[in-house]
Write a protein that binds this ligand. Structure first.
Ligand code: HEM
Length: 359
C-alpha cells in the first residue's frame, strides 16, 4: 500500500472517530464524548467504576451545564442535574414514559412487562392508582394509629433484642457481644413493617429469618443494578457473563423475593373469604376474582408489583437509617444536640412518637 494511501486512511479513520465521539443530535445539551460499543458509559465508568452515575457531577462542572447529554451504548440520553429541571421532568406528561421492554428487566418478570418500576402508560396508571389507593387504607403514605402502634411494637422488640442479646441463630450472626451489624440488625423491623401493610401480618421473633431474607435480597437487587441502566441494558448479551455486570445477582435476588412472596400468596389465596381485609394483598386477590377487572390485573403482575413495592421499603429504609447513624457517629457535636433534643422532648421512659415532631 502506498504511503499516501496509508496517510489518507489514517486521517479518514481519525476523522470518523472524532465525529463519532463528538456528534450528537441538533439542539441538544452539551454532551459527554462517546466511545465505540459502550458510548459515554465508558467515561462514566472511568470516572467512578463502582458508582458510575456519580461521574455525572464531574461532567456537569466540566461542560458548565446542569443539563447534559450522553450516549448509553447506542441510546441517546439527556441527564438533568438540578432541582428545577428534575422537578420539570418528574411532573410533565411528555416525560412520563420509561423503557419497559429491556430484556434483563423482563427476565425477572416472567418475560413480561410487569410491576410498577418498569411499566408505563395506562397499565402503569391503573396499577399505581390501585396500589396507592388500597395501601393507604393500611397506613401507607399517611398517618394511621394502628400502623403507628404496630411500628412502635417493632421498635420495642428491636430495642429488647439489642439489650438482651441474641436468642436465635439468625440473631447470633448479627449481634456479637456489644456489636451489632448494620443494616442487617434493622432488617427484621423494616421487613415486618412493609409486610404488615401488604399482607396484614408480622413475623414473630422466632420467624425473623423471613423478613431478614427478604431485606437481604432487596439490598442485593439494588446493588446488582446500576442507576444509569448499566452495561446489560446497552448490550443484552453481557448477561451471559455471570455476575461481571450484575445479572446473576439481579436474577438471584428477584427469585428469592419472588419465592417468598409467591409462598405467602399461595397461602392466602385458598383461605381468603369475602370478609377478609388484612392487607393490600387481600384487596388485590379480591380484585382478581372480579369478572370485569382490567386486563392489567393478574397474579403475575401482583407478584412483581409486590417486589417493586417491597424492595425499596426493605432496602432504602434500613440503609438510610444506617447512613444517618454513621454520619451522626462521625459528628459528635450533632449527636449531642440530637440526644439533648430527645431528652428534652421525649425523656427516657417512652418511645418517640410522630406527634413529637411538632415540638
Ligand atoms: C430513602 C428512601 C427512598 C428514596 C430516596 C426513594 C427514591 C425514589 C425515586 C427517586 C424514585 C423515582 C421517582 C420517579 O421516577 O418518579 C422512586 C420510585 C419509587 N419508590 Fe422510592 N424511594 C425511597 C423509599 C421508598 C419506599 C420506602 C418505598 C415503598 C414502600 C418506595 C417505593 C417506590 C416505588 C414503588 C417507586 C416507583 C413509582 C412508580 O413507578 O410509579 N420507595 N423512589
Amino acid at each position: 500500500m502506498s504511503p499516501l494511501l496509508v496517510v489518507i486512511l489514517v486521517l479518514l479513520v481519525t476523522y470518523k472517530l472524532y465525529r463519532f465521539a463528538y456528534d450528537k443530535p441538533p439542539n441538544t445539551p452539551p454532551g459527554i464524548i462517546r466511545i465505540p460499543i459502550g458510548g459515554s458509559y465508558w467515561m462514566l465508568l472511568w470516572g467512578n467504576y463502582k458508582f458510575p452515575h456519580l461521574t455525572v457531577d464531574y461532567y456537569v462542572k466540566k461542560l458548565k451545564s446542569k443539563i447534559i447529554s450522553c450516549y448509553m451504548g447506542d441510546f441517546f440520553a439527556v441527564i438533568v442535574n438540578d432541582y428545577d429541571s428534575i422537578k420539570e421532568v418528574l411532573t410533565r406528561d411528555e416525560f412520563s414514559a420509561r423503557i419497559t421492554n429491556a430484556e434483563f428487566i423482563m427476565d425477572r418478570a416472567f418475560g413480561k412487562e410487569l410491576g410498577i418500576f418498569f411499566i408505563d402508560g395506562e397499565k402503569w396508571q391503573e396499577q399505581r392508582r390501585f396500589a396507592l389507593r388500597h395501601m393507604r387504607d393500611f397506613g401507607f403514605g399517611r398517618r394511621q394509629e394502628k400502623l403507628e402502634s404496630e411500628i412502635m411494637d417493632e421498635m420495642s422488640l428491636f430495642l429488647e433484642i439489642l439489650k438482651s442479646g441474641p436468642a436465635y441463630d439468625g440473631e447470633k450472626e448479627i449481634l456479637k457481644g456489644n456489636l451489632a451489624l448494620f443494616p442487617d440488625i434493622l432488617y427484621a423491623p423494616a421487613g415486618n413493617n412493609i409486610w404488615n401493610i401488604v399482607f396484614g401480618h408480622r413475623f414473630n421473633r422466632n420467624e425473623h429469618d423471613v423478613p431478614r431474607r427478604l431485606c437481604r435480597a432487596a439490598v442485593m437487587l439494588l446493588r446488582a443494578n446500576d442507576p444509569t441502566g448499566g452495561a446489560i441494558f446497552q448490550r443484552p448479551f453481557l448477561k451471559h457473563f455471570g455476575n461481571m455486570f450484575g445479572y446473576k445477582n439481579h436474577i438471584k435476588a428477584n427469585n428469592i423475593m419472588k419465592d417468598i412472596i409467591r409462598k405467602y400468596i399461595e397461602y392466602h389465596k385458598p383461605i381468603l373469604t369475602e370478609n377478609d381485609d388484612r392487607g393490600f394483598v387481600d384487596r388485590y386477590l379480591k380484585k382478581l376474582k372480579e369478572e370485569n377487572k382490567l386486563d392489567s390485573f393478574t397474579e403475575e403482575q401482583l407478584i412483581i408489583l409486590l417486589i417493586d413495592m417491597m424492595a425499596p421499603a426493605s432496602s432504602a429504609v434500613p440503609t438510610t437509617i444506617t447512613h444517618v447513624i454513621k454520619y451522626v457517629m462521625h459528628h459528635p457535636r450533632v449527636m449531642k444536640k440530637i440526644q439533648n433534643e430527645i431528652d428534652n422532648v421525649v425523656g427516657t421512659g417512652r418511645l418517640v412518637t410522630w406527634e413529637d415532631r411538632k415540638q
